[in-house]
Design a protein around this ligand. Structure first.
Ligand code: GSH
Length: 471
């Protein structure tokens, strides 16, 4: 896909955010949003509005308007509900965004920051209506976590980038009086904490190094920065540590993204809660520790006269964290496939840890457990000792986790009677390979293969599975 795009455009940002969240590949064609001289030439055949974002699909069909693009990409995924009323609610907020929110909240700020001259009355009117839009959001968010359908949807993707830009990019929190909007602020914080948003903010680094390396770079830069602070003989050297230390900002987004991927959707809230609690705890304990270490290294009878000791301690903690991060993230990559039913434990070291050789993986996983990857689907056709009553495999494909339970009630050697993916019956030879970052349960019952399911059954199964991948 090709996205006609602009770095400074919030409408384009929304589309990039959803593309990132869906893990879709795309190329960018940067456009200038102030100089419109080449609009007709570049976008003439693609978008009647001659604006960005404009998306050209792989089959070369063009699509304009950020809302339409979000809907096209999001429909059939978790970001657009399936209930007709909830879908309409998503549209309600998206129309609100385009008619009552963006032209006021975003455009007024754009004029101001780009120094575009407009008469004060026009500006004041934009700001007045902008406040009405924030009031509307505040009222709704007082009783709801998200804008529509009780979940994070493309309606949130459409609106929150504007609010974030307003108080972040444009630094206008005080000017706008954002404190008067506690519910908008809370929902915005949750929005910004989402891994894809964070990944977007440090996207270039993440794209260049990947999440794991970004985490390591952040932690090691933090360590180096702390060391410079701790050992600096004068203020100039101390200041030189600041740009190095700034890279510590990479840690949280990379960590969030890695952690979020390791738990299912129902556990995301708990993960964020634990994360926030740990941060809260360090916020309390950190200064206490800092003070007592500082007190021991300065004053009348210091252990050693080293006022930078707390920073050196922080550097040691950073180094330990980097070592821990390297250990845990490497292990979790190797352990992304492991077999966990007692009947197979002990048979030749059935994990990535002990049987990491390629032949062991292929023999075990493909020939015995019968898990075979075929393009956009996979098959499960076990060939196991008849004495086994089944086995359980946790299989990670990208960000998606399959919990595969194979049952062998008739103690057969091979043959699959039926397979169920979540609640839908599926063909064990062509199980959809989803890439939605969610956790799915696959139940495979061994036995006499059942006659083929009717096309209606198959269609119902596919429907209840939702979208199986990008269009
Ligand atoms: N309603 C359109 C608005 C698009 C729009 O205003 N795009 C701006 C950038 S945010 C643009 O292309 N401005 C330059 C121009 O109008 O030529 C959408 O949501 O896609």
């Amino acid at each position: 896909m090709l996205l006609y795009d602009s770095d400074v455009s919030g409408n384009c940002y929304k589309v990039r955010l959803l593309l990132t969240q869906l893990g879709l590949e795309y190329e960018r064609y940067p456009m200038d949003v102030v100089d419109r001289s080449n609009r007709q030439e570049v976008l003439g055949d693609l978008n009647p509005g001659l604006r960005v974002p404009t998306l050209v699909l792989d089959d070369e069909r063009p699509l304009g308007e950020s809302g339409a693009i979000l809907w096209y990409l999001g429909d059939g995924t978790e970001y657009v509900p399936s209930d007709p009323y909830d879908r309409a609610k998503v549209l309600q907020w998206m129309f609100f965004e385009q008619y009552s929110h963006e032209p006021y909240v975003a455009v007024a700020r754009f004029w101001l920051t780009k120094g575009i001259e407009v008469d004060p009355e026009t500006l004041a009117e934009r700001q007045r209506v902008g406040y009405l839009a924030l009031d509307a959001m505040e009222g709704h968010l007082a009783g709801h976590e998200f804008l529509a359908g009780g979940a994070y949807t493309i309606a949130d993707i459409a609106i929150f980038p504007w609010v974030r830009n307003l108080i972040g990019f444009y630094g206008a929190a005080e000017l706008v009086g954002i404190d008067a909007y506690p519910n908008v602020t809370r929902a915005l914080a949750a929005f910004v904490a989402r891994p894809a948003v964070q990944a977007g903010l440090v996207k270039r680094v993440v794209m260049r190094f990947g999440e794991r390396k970004t985490l390591y770079v952040g932690l090691l830069a933090g360590m180096a920065g702390f060391l410079v602070y701790g050992l600096a003989p004068n203020g100039i050297v101390f200041l030189l540590g600041v740009p190095v230390f700034a890279f510590i900002g990479l840690v949280q987004p990379a960590l969030q993204s890695l952690m979020t991927r390791r738990v299912g959707p129902s556990e995301q809230g708990r993960l964020q809660g634990v994360n926030a609690s740990i941060m809260g705890l360090t916020g309390i304990l950190g200064p206490l520790l800092f003070d007592s270490v500082f007190a021991s290294f300065v004053g009348a009878r210091p252990i050693v006269d080293l006022p930078g000791a707390p920073y050196i301690l922080a550097a040691v903690v950073m180094l330990a964290s980097a070592a821990l991060a390297i250990r845990v993230t490497r292990a979790s990559r190797r352990a992304s496939i492991s077999v966990t039913r007692s009947c197979v434990i002990g048979r030749g070291g059935w994990t990535w840890y002990t049987g990491s050789a390629g032949w062991m993986y292929r023999l075990g996983l493909e020939s015995i457990l019968g898990l075979k990857h075929r393009g956009r689907s996979f098959a499960v056709s076990p060939c196991i000792p008849a004495s086994w009553d089944g086995f359980l495999v946790r299989w990670r494909h990208g960000a998606t986790l399959y919990e595969i339970a194979v049952e062998n009630p008739k103690h057969r050697n091979r043959g699959v009677a039926e397979a169920w993916l979540d609640d839908a019956r599926v063909d064990a030879q062509a199980i959809p390979l989803l890439d939605d970052g969610a956790e799915h349960r696959l139940r495979v019952v061994m036995g006499e293969p059942a006659p083929e399911s009717s096309p209606v059954q198959a269609a119902r199964g596919a429907l209840s599975l939702g979208k199986t991948g990008p269009r």
